[in-house]
Design a protein. Structure first.
Ligand SMILES: Nc1ncnc2c1ncn2[C@@H]1O[C@H](COP(=O)(O)OP(=O)(O)OP(=O)(O)O)[C@@H](O)[C@H]1O
Ligand SMILES: Nc1ncnc2c1ncn2[C@@H]1O[C@H](COP(=O)(O)OP(=O)(O)OP(=O)(O)O)[C@@H](O)[C@H]1O
Ligand SMILES: [Mg+2]
Ligand SMILES: [Mg+2]
Lengths: 376, 234, 317, 239, 293
């Protein structure tokens, strides 16, 4: 008989990924474990009682080799019952085969890759919470069409995230009759992008569309202000939805900036507002508007799947995951294949200090402000 | 002026000097003679403070200096031109000379001293901006001597004075050393050209296996049979 | 630095020890838990990296930071050929391609000494990473690649054999005329050239040999990762770890490199799993402590014990 | 028979012509002295012969074949060995290993290690350093370092040996010993080209002396003639 | 046309110039103190975080906190050098051994500093905006904070350079680094710590251009520090030739900046990766030629 559920994770607590992991995943993991244990644990019918969670957390140092090894350690040596997902597309993809081999469900909040579509049959244990590039692309194109955008500058960080989004959205823009005037990539962490921004300014495009990682997102925002680049639509990616983005630049400066998301406490899902409040109370900081809530929703999904299956048998739990619907702070999660139907593409925009949903149309919490107001 | 009394010096556990005593008076030119490995360099290092004797004392101008750090001894007016030149290889000729005059006293009169050194070794002026490492062997020797003089010492110790110098220059250098006395500088000279050394020195000491075996007026010593045999190659 | 001639006594001891360890290591997967096998594979990997790094860098005193580029090249060779060819062949090809890359690097950088060399080799591995990234984005149109995975016992044996080969090669080089030549290059390159040693050829050749093992190690390790992209494959950490491990263990002795790789790998894992939040702090402090108190690395400590033990025996008799 | 000769050899350092078009030759079995004031360009000539530097212009031939532009190791393997003015020893290696490197690699044919080791011992015995075989080279005094330099050069079994001031820092008795040593080298059939400021050695041994001044050849001739040459006395020997 | 040229030149100076100055710091450390400081970038990160905290918590003007932070970091560098590196040096039998050990030591420092920063500031990216105002120079626009950082860095770097090359004390530092024993014979008190001065300088210099430019995280140092070694190298990294061939050195700095200036030009034409590749090749060729000749 069992008196606890052993849950482990290997995630970046240090190294370059730890910024993202420390924003979107680690606080939610910790908070969820505390909450579940406060409730007395997860109810498992098989044992006829609530089983508290024992939680093991290892640091991958942001190194994929280490991540792979630690996941093996958790499975083979610590013999955990469940694993929580690591941070980032690359790491998730690298550990996915191991999760599969040992039949551990992987509910990943920060993995998005079109490459997975061809692999779906090979990874029955992989479930993806966040929107895929195709969905995000469609939402953006839809929004641009509505706003009458004709010419865009498309730039991206040279990493899987940026490349895949670009590959997907470029043809979609073409189909919609929107012209890509400038298409450029740059390595993550490039120290100075003013030349590129000046060029975009000179081209007088309607929209800047950037698939960027946090360091570049921050840099471009600052430098766009300096060179006076202020197109009608200003869209950057990972980082825009972070509270620290608003924190660094101030609400006035980020007003009108768009980014992917989106989740905010005003979404009409049960528990959303309460989740937001608990997060702020526990960590003295807001969750980001991009993947935090999805990470938390993934944990809620896992919890519900265990309770529904009424057992710790992971094969059965997988089947529940693959077929069930789970109400969460991001809405009812349901997996179509491995992809979360609750996560179509969404675009957010900073308006008066809140990151409002502006696309898709039916999910709007506010109307888009276009053209973007001038930099303060 | 300098009184070395009964010192014993060691390299870790190996004793290199055994009860060595030596004296230099004002304006005196003293030669130190000995075969390779006799301990000449060791004695010079002990005086200049690079080594500290295990016992015995070194007095300079009535001050005990045997446990003083080397840089303080320099300030008292002792200059030591080391064996093997030991130049600052990646600095220019001029900068090496500047470093010779590092002590406050010497720094104030640097330009004046420099002029004198340039007079003695004109080539150093020509090569001013060249890196020390690219000088020819003899030029390096001249630079080492020049640098030693830059500190305006009261006592100047030369280890292997004429090492690598062409004959004409070696002769010249011996003359220069002699004239240094006229500028109130006492000299302790280690030199393999024993004949020459004895010619210009007032007194000389002979060091063998870390012990002083002979001392006296240099004229007398050059007649000494032992010296003739062992050091003059006669 | 080691002496050219090794006393037969030491040699016999070394051989005996090696054989015992080898038999033990070869039978290990039969009775040991799988995770320990996986950990041992990592240790072997670092032994391969450190020893092969030291084949070139220890005697010549050229500190190379290009290891990542060789290791990563091996990884990519597996990623490209892994599904088509059997493991040993791909590993061999991985080694050869890395050697070729090392020849190129060597031609570019081995004329430089000291800091220049260090910086340039590091620059070179960054350059390789950028180039492969450029290639992937612009030519392959993607960034990451799926890699064919292999069972962990097979990886273990492959790495064990590679480690064994690396050690034998390192030992042979040390004992041969090459070892002496490399050492003299490290001591005074100009004099070595005048002694009739073709310094450039010697350096480049050794550099390529050392790269061979790194590339082979990369090809083997890739099988464990299942997904790679250039920043995973060419992680700069791989360039630094061998240096760290060799100095930590004691740069002058072959067993120092093994010791350094073994101890640091285990230490890192223990710290990482036991103290996830203070891991680096403790790791840094331990590094500092070793540097401060063991000027010759772990080898110094071992030798002290060794000598202490002998002295103790003498005292008793 | 000419074994080593240079024709119009020139080396510029920036604006300075350290060697300004010098002709020289060494015949089989000769001892040739190279003298001249400090900075005259003597060491530079050795550097040019041994391949440490490439001449700005001119030709150097060994046994009638041009060796200009060859690498030091090639020149060494052909049979030209040198010593350095300031000893360039492998400081942390033992004395015997210092020599072993030379005897292993310095010859054109591949020498078995055992033979090379024997030759290294021989060379050390020859210069009288047998007792110090196992010391690290950095523990040697200056005189011993110079001997080690010579032993290393000899271990390559050269046809010509270039000696750069091997007598500097020796006292007269030691100079006499060194002269004996060089004579023995010569007895082995090795031609000697030596830079020296110790006149006793040059005048006593050399068959011919070349005098360099400001990178140019000032005079050449028998020791007796050179000793009397007015110009040489003026710039080099002194009155 | 003139505007573009100006844009390129000043833009290049702003980024290339700061790299070049970081290179000077590294140069000094290695050339004078023989410490190959891998933790170089960590000090930048620390400086940046310090000014960040002072600014966000107490609203202290970053320029002011430089005046406070400078001395603090200076003292820190002093302590690190005086205890750690000085000890390593005196207990190492040769320079080669010291270099190896100091490399390992700076790795130790790197880990410790990163961890301390991680514990005190958390892993997220932080940042603030200061002087992020456009400045118009003859028609082209630059960020004021970059200009200010550059000016500061240039001033400090230049002052220290002149100190080392021109003054009595500066030359003594270099002499002591080359041959400590002989330096003593010149009357230089090597134990009073000269080489540490360079360490301090280096550390201090970093705090200067750290902060307002970038957003910070505990790993920004690692990226900037280690990652920049090669880049810095491409921009005039030349310890050997540094002192005596100061003209050469200067020209390398300028070349470094020019190289960086290629950046806007090439960005207009080709992919950024080509530029990285091109930089490697362009900057390595002349150096290799020079060293092999
Ligand atoms: N650093 C050292 N460590 C150990 N022993 C040393 C050291 N330096 C010198 N010795 C030994 O001390 C003795 C005296 O050496 P010293 O250099 O003083 O002799 P010297 O008379 O100057 O000889 P030379 O004419 O060769 O310069 C020698 O036996 C030498 O081997
Ligand atoms: N790399 C260099 N750069 C500039 N000048 C140099 C370089 N190497 C040598 N020289 C100069 O060339 C000249 C010749 O030097 P060389 O070493 O050949 O002299 P030498 O005849 O051997 O003198 P000595 O008898 O003093 O050793 C010297 O004046 C020296 O300063
Ligand atoms: Mg001596
Ligand atoms: Mg010479």
């Amino acid at each position: 008989s069992k008196d606890k559920i052993l849950i482990g994770t290997a995630i970046a607590l240090s190294g370059p990924f730890s910024g993202g992991a420390g924003m979107t995943q680690v606080p939610n993991f910790d908070m969820w474990v505390e909450e579940v244990n406060a409730r007395g644990g997860i109810k498992v019918k098989e044992y006829g009682k609530r089983l508290p969670i024992e939680y093991i957390k290892y640091d991958t140092k942001s190194d994929i080799g280490t991540a792979v090894k630690l996941v093996q350690k958790l499975i083979l040596e610590d013999k955990v019952d469940f694993l929580l997902p690591p941070w980032g597309t690359g790491t998730c993809l690298a550990v996915a085969p191991i999760f599969n081999k040992y039949k551990y469900p992987l509910i990943g909040p920060t993995v998005t890759s079109e490459k997975l579509r061809e692999k779906a049959h090979a990874f029955p244990y992989l479930f993806i919470m966040l929107q895929m590039p195709r969905a995000q692309g469609a939402a953006i194109v839809e929004l641009f069409k509505e706003l009458g955008i004709k010419r865009v500058a498309l730039i991206h960080t040279a990493a899987a995230y940026g490349i895949e989004h670009t590959n997907v959205i470029k043809p979609a823009l073409g189909v919609a009759g929107i012209n890509v005037d400038i298409l450029k990539s740059f390595p993550i962490g490039t120290p100075d992008l003013t030349p590129l921004l000046k060029k975009i300014k000179a081209a007088r495009v309607d929209a800047l569309l950037g698939f960027t990682y946090p360091p570049d997102t921050f840099l471009i925002t600052q430098q766009a202000k300096i060179v006076g680049l202020n197109p009608k639509v200003f869209y950057l990616s990972v980082g825009v939805a972070f509270p620290s983005y608003k924190g660094k630049f101030g609400a006035a400066m980020v007003e009108g900036v768009m980014g992917p998301g989106v989740w905010n406490p005003n979404v009409p899902h049960p528990g959303a507002r309460e989740y937001f409040a608990r997060h702020v109370k526990r960590w003295k900081k807001e969750p980001d508007r991009w993947a935090s809530a999805f990470a938390y929703a993934g944990l809620q999904t896992l919890e519900q799947a265990i309770e529904t299956a009424g057992t710790l048998d992971r094969e059965k739990i997988r089947d529940v995951l693959a077929t069930g619907t789970f109400p969460t702070v991001v809405g009812p999660v349901k997996f179509d294949g491995m992809f979360n139907v609750q996560s179509p593409g969404e675009v957010g925009q900073w308006q008066n200090g809140e990151f409002e949903v502006v696309a898709a149309k039916e999910k709007r919490t506010a109307k888009p402000i276009v053209p973007k107001p001038p930099w303060p | 002026m300098l009184q070395v009394s009964n010192i014993n010096s060691f390299y870790r556990k190996i004793q290199a000097l055994w009860g060595v005593s030596l004296r230099i008076d004002e304006k005196e030119l003293v030669a130190l003679i000995g075969a390779n490995g006799a301990g000449k360099t060791t004695l010079l290092k002990t005086i200049s403070g690079l080594l500290h004797p295990a016992s015995g004392s070194v007095q300079f101008l009535d001050m005990r200096i045997d446990q003083m750090p080397a840089h303080s001894i320099v300030e008292l007016g002792v200059s030591h031109v080391s064996e093997g030149r030991r130049l600052f290889q990646d600095m220019t000729v001029r900068e090496n000379l500047d470093m010779g005059a590092y002590t406050h006293k010497a720094w104030n009169k640097k330009e004046e001293t420099l002029e004198r050194v340039h007079q003695i070794f004109p080539i150093l002026k020509v090569r001013s901006r060249q890196l020390a490492r690219t000088l020819s062997g003899g030029e390096q020797q001249m630079l080492a001597m020049g640098r030693g003089l830059m500190s305006r010492p009261r006592l100047c110790m030369f280890d292997e004075l004429s090492y690598g110098l062409a004959p004409i220059l070696a002769k010249e250098v011996f003359k220069i050393v002699k004239t240094l006395r006229e500028q109130d500088i006492a000299i302790l000279l280690v030199e393999q050209n024993v004949r020459h050394a004895l010619e210009i020195a007032d007194r000389a000491y002979v060091l063998e296996n870390g012990r002083i075996v002979l001392e006296g007026e240099s004229r007398g010593l050059s007649e000494n049979e032992l010296i003739k045999q062992a050091y003059l190659g006669l | 630095m080691h002496s050219f001639r090794v006393t037969s006594n030491k040699k016999a001891l070394f051989l005996a020890l090696l054989i015992v360890i080898l038999i033990f290591a070869a039978t290990m997967p039969l009775y040991i838990q799988p995770y320990i096998i996986i950990s041992l594979t990592s240790i072997f990997m670092y032994i391969v990296l450190t020893v092969s790094w030291a084949i070139f860098s220890a005697p010549t005193r050229y500190i190379s930071l290009a290891s990542a580029s060789f290791f990563g090249t091996g990884i990519y060779v597996w990623a490209i050929l892994g599904s088509a060819l059997p493991l040993p062949i791909v590993v061999g090809i991985g080694g050869l391609v890395s050697s070729l890359l090392a020849l190129l690097t060597g031609l570019l950088t081995l004329r430089l000494r000291g800091l220049y060399f260090i910086i340039f080799t590091f620059g070179f591995s960054e350059f390789v990473r950028h180039s492969s990234q450029w290639w992937e984005i612009n030519i392959s149109g993607t960034e990451g690649r799926w890699v064919v995975g292999v069972d962990h016992t097979i990886i273990y044996y492959a790495m064990l054999i590679l480690a064994f080969l690396t050690l034998i090669t390192a030992y042979a080089i040390r004992r041969s005329r090459f070892g002496l030549a490399l050492q003299s290059i490290g001591q005074f390159e100009e004099a070595a050239a005048h002694a009739g040693i073709n310094v450039t050829a010697m350096k480049i050749m050794t550099f390529a040999i050392s790269a061979f093992f790194m590339g082979a190690a990369g090809a083997i390790m890739a099988t464990r990762w299942s997904y790679i992209d250039p920043s995973i494959a060419f992680s700069p950490l791989i360039s630094f770890m061998p240096v760290l491990m060799a100095i930590f263990g004691g740069i002058g002795q072959l067993y120092g490199h093994i010791l350094g790789a073994g101890v640091l790998t285990i230490l890192a894992e223990v710290l990482l799993t036991e103290f996830p939040y203070y891991y680096m702090l403790l790791f840094g402090l331990i590094l500092l402590a070793v540097i401060l108190f063991l000027p010759h690395g772990l080898v110094g400590l071992m030798e002290k014990w060794w000598k202490g033990g002998l002295a103790g025996k003498h005292a008793n008799t | 028979m000419r074994i080593l000769d240079g024709e119009g050899v020139r080396k510029n350092f920036g604006g300075l012509a350290a060697v300004a078009g010098v002709d020289f030759c060494i015949n089989q079995g000769e001892i040739v002295g190279l003298i001249g004031p400090n900075g005259a360009g003597k060491t530079t000539i050795f550097n040019l012969i041994s391949g440490a530097l490439n001449p700005s212009s001119g030709q150097i031939r060994f046994n009638g074949e041009s060796i200009t532009g060859l690498k030091p190791y090639q020149i060494c393997k052909r049979g030209v060995a040198r010593t350095f003015q300031s000893a360039k020893l492998f400081a942390d290696m033992t004395v015997i290993n210092n020599v072993l490197v030379w005897s292993l690699f310095g010859k054109s044919a591949r020498t078995p290690v055992a033979d090379a080791e024997m030759e290294a011992r021989e060379a050390l015995a020859f210069v009288g350093l047998s007792e110090k075989e196992e010391l690290p080279a950095k523990d040697l005094g200056i005189a011993a370092q110079k001997r080690l330099e010579i032993a290393r050069a000899l271990a390559t079994k050269p046809q010509v040996i270039l000696l750069d001031e091997v007598m500097a820092g020796l006292n007269p008795t030691e100079v006499t010993q060194a002269i004996e040593l060089i004579k023995q080298i010569w007895n082995k059939g090795i031609s000697v080209f030596m830079i020296e400021h110790v006149m006793k050695a040059v005048m006593g041994m050399a068959d011919r002396v070349i005098v360099l001044h400001h990178g140019e050849k000032l005079a050449e001739g028998t020791p007796e003639a050179i000793a009397k040459n007015r110009k040489v006395v003026e710039v080099y020997l002194g009155e | 046309m003139i505007v573009t040229l100006l844009d390129i030149t000043i833009g290049g100076l702003l980024t290339g110039g700061i790299y070049a100055l970081t290179a000077v710091g590294l140069n000094l450390q290695y050339g004078v103190a023989r410490v190959l400081n891998i933790a170089h970038g960590e000090f930048i990160m620390l400086g940046a975080f310090a000014t960040y905290s002072l600014y966000t918590l107490f609203g202290i003007n970053p320029l002011v906190s430089l005046a406070i932070g400078g001395p603090i970091v200076f003292i820190m560098g002093f302590l690190i050098h005086n205890t750690l590196f000085q000890y390593l040096r005196s207990s190492s039998e040769s320079m080669g051994a010291f270099e190896g050990r100091s490399l390992l030591a700076s790795f130790g420092l790197l880990f410790i500093i990163q961890n301390v920063a991680l514990l005190s500031w958390g892993p997220e990216i932080k940042g603030y905006t200061y002087l992020a105002e456009p400045v118009n120079i003859l028609g082209t626009i630059f960020a004021a904070n970059r200009l200010v950082a550059l000016l500061f860095a240039v001033a400090i770097g230049l002052a220290f350079y002149l100190f080392l090359v021109r003054t009595r004390l500066g030359k003594a530092i270099r002499a002591a680094a080359q041959d400590p024993e002989t330096a003593q014979l010149m009357g230089i008190n090597i134990h009073r710590g000269f080489s540490r001065l360079t360490y301090q300088h280096d550390v201090r210099n970093h705090t200067t251009y750290g902060s307002p430019l970038y957003c910070n995280c505990p790993y920004c140092g690692g990226f900037r520090g280690i990652g920049q070694y090669p880049r810095q190298f491409h921009r005039g990294f030349d310890p050997g030739a540094y002192w005596q061939h100061s003209d050469l050195y200067r020209s390398r700095v300028i070349i470094g900046c020019l190289l960086h200036d290629l950046h806007p030009l090439t960005l207009g034409k080709a992919n950024r990766y080509f530029r990285e590749i091109e930089k490697c090749i362009v900057s390595e060729l002349p150096l290799i030629k020079r060293l092999s000749s």
